[in-house]
Design a protein around this ligand. Structure first.
Ligand code: SAM
Ligand code: SF4
Length: 352
């Protein structure tokens, strides 16, 4: 029997989310209530699964201003989006990002949004965590693939493990609920995953393991490090009592309770267990393109509407068009040892 006892106020089943009259709904009848908004394609790390060593970033003039990102967010709020996750690239390296977080936080206070969250690599949290909490954010995802300093440097191409750990503790101290995001990688952090789960429990953190997705060219073949989570779960179960839970946070993860701890384990399995049927989200890039699916190329450019005389009406029209184009799902899969369904955009371009 799934255990729902761990559901807290930050884990609201999608079915009871409030809706507006002109609620965004896609061509398959799925309610779209969740926006992932990329605020920059830049980053201070170079994770091997996310970026090539040499990346060409967008010229600044192509990136939407913070005011424009707010206007886009408001267009989604008007159409029933209840949660916004800021992402990137690294959202916290965007200059003056706190201004946008505060504006979106005010939408929570006025009932326009249920939640503003962010996904971060954690390097800026030591000095930003308190302000993020003060702006109205209550939970964040922090990416952490290893606790080993050498492996961290190898995976991220930067020597910043200590800063990230300091950032996680600063976030906790500020009152933020932290969930770790860990990309599971064969021959890299594979043997460390049970220890990472234990560390998360000891530190009262949630943790989600993620299968690597074929997004953009990186320095090596993705197949070399692809690790199906079906192979990881038995190793976790050997050390912990893991029970499926009905808890949801509005994202794609399936959750489990672990031992009798307060920590939740999440699994994001785009390749071994497709979750697209329940998709409730779209993504907007920092250049103003709306992608209806991380794993497909269809998109609509919002810039002309944004810069028109009547941005709210025109943006709303673009969102209707987007709903008609949202595909059923991605096509990521392993076929005869090869990863298929690849897209050329890096995760840092679309927004994680
Ligand atoms: N820089 C922030 C961070 O690292 O948390 C936010 C952006 S990052 C693109 C968002 C998430 O995507 C991270 O948790 C990262 O591990 C994950 N990610 C990046 N590339 C991926 C890939 N090819 N497959 C699976 N997850 C990926
Ligand atoms: Fe930067 Fe996040 Fe991509 Fe790592 S995963 S390179 S931290 S954007």
């Amino acid at each position: 029997m799934p255990d729902s006892s761990n559901i807290t106020s930050d884990m609201i089943p999608a079915s009871i989310e409030p809706q507006v009259k002109n609620q965004l709904r896609d061509q398959f009848g799925r309610t779209i209530s969740y926006l992932r908004l990329s605020v920059t394609d830049r980053c201070d790390l170079r994770c091997t699964y996310c970026m090539a060593e040499q990346m060409t970033f967008l010229p600044k003039k192509e990136v939407l201003s913070l005011e424009e990102l707010l206007t886009v967010s408001q267009a989604f709020i008007t159409r029933g989006v209840r949660r916004i996750r800021l992402t990137g690239g690294e959202p916290l390296v965007r200059k003056n990002i706190l201004w946008l977080i505060e504006k979106l936080g005010a939408e929570i206070a006025s009932g326009g949004l249920d939640e503003v969250t962010l996904t971060t690599n954690g390097t800026q949290l030591p000095h930003m965590a308190k302000d993020i909490y003060a702006a109205g954010v209550r939970r964040i995802n922090v990416s952490l693939d290893t606790l080993d300093a050498e492996l961290f440097s190898e995976i991220t191409r930067r020597n910043k493990l200590e800063t990230v750990l300091e950032g996680i503790m600063a976030a906790k101290a500020a009152g933020l609920k932290v969930k770790l995001n860990t990309v599971a990688m064969r021959h890299k952090n594979e043997d460390e995953l049970p220890a990472l789960l234990t560390w998360a429990i000891e530190n009262d953190l949630d943790i989600t393991f993620i299968e690597t997705m074929p997004l953009g060219d990186i320095s090596e073949a993705r197949e070399n490090t692809y690790l199906p989570l079906t192979a990881v779960l038995p190793k976790l179960e050997a050390k912990h009592k893991i029970i499926p839970s009905t808890a949801r946070t509005g994202g794609p993860a399936r959750y489990f309770t672990v031992d009798d701890s307060a920590s939740k384990l999440g699994l994001i399995t785009p390749l071994t267990n497709n979750f697209c049927d329940g998709c409730n989200r779209v993504r907007v890039t920092c250049t103003g393109r709306i992608y209806m699916c991380l794993g497909q190329d269809d998109h609509i450019d919002l810039r002309a509407a944004l810069r028109s005389g009547e941005p709210s009406t025109n943006l709303s029209g673009c969102l209707d068009k987007a709903m008609g184009l949202k595909p059923r799902g991605h096509d990521f899969a392993m076929s005869n040892g090869k990863m298929v369904g690849t897209v050329s955009r890096h995760m840092s371009q679309t927004g994680g």
